[in-house]
Write a protein that binds this ligand. Structure first.
Ligand code: GDP
Ligand code: MG
Length: 452
């Protein structure tokens, strides 16, 4: 949770209601938090006005809580968080992650943006997505200024098994037109034009892109923006939006430190919907835009509110309430955990999530570092899942049994997965196996089909 936002929350804790003074003070902290997250200041102002209006205008809701479903007053600080979250989601919405389709013939997707923003990478990601949906795709190398750029696209095309249209030395406008013609002859569904970028917006580039646009009339023109450029994103988006008929924005490199406030500013200044988020270099790292996830990230509070909303969407409300009760009551078992891992895998960073969930009791105190580290790498979730899958029913209900079996297992005795609080771990000698080796061996066993 970011400093500014936490301060705002703390300021409201213990206050009976959201009075104007209290809200104003809290909003000062939120303002700081948003500016830190790269939200442009005019957008921040608009947001704060919106939140204030809602905070002062709304009656604090009563919600059902506890076993007897007694109506309980939401605490003002929670209500405030909810309001901020909703206001952010509203600012970034409405959600529209659809691809426009041409009325007839091939559908064009033109990728534009500054050099290094991720156009070529995202071209590959979109091609993969479309391919998985059963469409035929052709890529067009319209960035002719750097030979490496053409090669990069050809490598992607080869990996995906997608044809790449290239004509080194030719004019990009001609290339796009010829490629479109060839695609129509071949009966391809989608053509993605990977255009050139510059380090900064310049007139020659814009003129070239305009010419491509009016030559091939792509149904989609996506501006690709690197989230790491922060506040500069607004100027960049404005410049492209003025010259081209952008249909959407793709924000990349959100797997890094960027909090993603740029998305909010881009939506607010251009009115163009955010379509996708780039979450890594891999071709599968393309998420459809969900404002809830990004709102939590901008507020620096993970996606707890969104998470709860998502739970309600994917699970039913009663199940969500039951889970919450179980978690708080300590009766939350490995099976529940596994169920939730599966449900949540696509909902954001697992590490964020683990921090939010009271999972310590599962592991006899704190969550072992090994588990946290693995959770930080979402690919490692597969391992955690396999580990839990390898547990017997009994072990799942009582993970201590699993820990004890690790002590008796065929893995050398020093490879025990110890309970941290009760038996402090001794420093590992360099030649010893660690608990991760035990988990690995269990995973291997399951993989060999001799699990439970
Ligand atoms: P282009 O010049 O706009 O075509 O940009 P590229 O597609 O060549 O990407 C520039 C660099 O950013 C490459 O090293 C990519 O691997 C990297 N990149 C692109 N998208 C992402 C992303 O979502 N996350 C991360 N971490 N890197 C990305
Ligand atoms: Mg490129």
């Amino acid at each position: 949770i970011s400093k500014g936002f936490r301060a705002a929350r703390e300021r409201l804790t213990g206050k009976g209601e959201l009075s104007e003074d209290v809200v104003d003070a809290a909003l000062k902290d939120v303002r700081l938090s948003l500016l830190e997250a790269d939200v442009e200041f005019r957008t921040v102002k608009k947001f704060l006005r919106d939140v204030k209006q809602r905070a002062l205008g709304e009656e604090v809701q009563l919600v059902a809580k506890g076993k007897d479903k007694k109506k309980v007053r939401v605490r003002p600080e929670d209500h405030f968080v909810q309001i901020c979250h909703e206001a952010l989601v509203d600012l970034m919405g409405p959600v529209d992650t659809s691809l426009a389709r041409a009325n007839k013939g091939i559908t064009g997707i033109m990728m534009v943006g500054l050099q290094g923003s991720g156009k070529t990478t995202t071209t590959g990601k979109l091609a993969r997505k479309l391919q998985r949906e059963g469409h035929s795709v052709m890529l067009v190398a319209a960035d002719v200024y750097r030979p490496a750029a053409i090669h990069q696209l050809q490598v992607l095309g080869e990996r995906l098994g997608v044809p790449v249209f290239a004509a080194p030395g030719a004019n990009p406008v001609d290339i796009c037109r010829d490629a479109t013609e060839e695609a129509s002859i071949k009966g391809v569904d989608f053509v993605i034009y990977d255009t050139a970028g510059r380090l900064t917006v310049d007139d020659a580039l814009m003129a070239e892109l305009e010419n491509i646009q009016s030559s091939v009339h792509p149904a989609n023109i996506f501006l690709v923006i690197d989230a790491m450029i922060g506040q500069d994103a607004v100027q960049t988006a404005k410049a492209f939006d003025e010259r081209l008929d952008l249909t959407g924005v793709i924000l990349t490199k959100l797997d890094g430190d960027a909090r993603g406030g740029a998305a909010l500013s881009i939506k607010a200044t251009t009115g163009k919907p955010i379509k996708f988020l780039g979450m890594g270099e891999g071709l599968d790292k393309l998420d459809e835009f969900r404002p809830e996830g990004l709102a939590g990230r901008i507020l620096g509070m993970g996606d707890l509110v969104g998470l709860m909303n998502d739970f309600q969407e994917v699970v039913d409300e009663e199940k969500a309430a039951a889970d919450a009760e179980k978690m708080l009551g300590g009766g939350f078992g490995m099976d529940d955990f596994l169920q939730q891992i599966k449900t949540i895998q696509s909902m954001g960073s697992m590490r964020d999530l683990m921090d939010k969930m009271p999972l310590g009791s599962l592991f006899g105190g704190d969550i072992p570092d090994e588990v946290l580290e693995q959770a930080a790498d979402d690919n490692e979730l597969v391992k955690i899942e396999a580990m839990i899958n390898s547990m017997t029913k009994k072990e799942r209900a009582d993970p201590e049994l699993f820990l004890d079996e690790s002590a008796r297992s065929s893995v050398p005795a020093h490879a025990k997965l110890t309970r941290r609080k009760k038996r402090p771990r001794k420093p590992k000698a360099p030649d010893q196996l660690g608990p991760e080796d035990f988990i690995e061996s269990r995973v291997q066993r399951v993989a060999r089909g001799c699990g439970h």
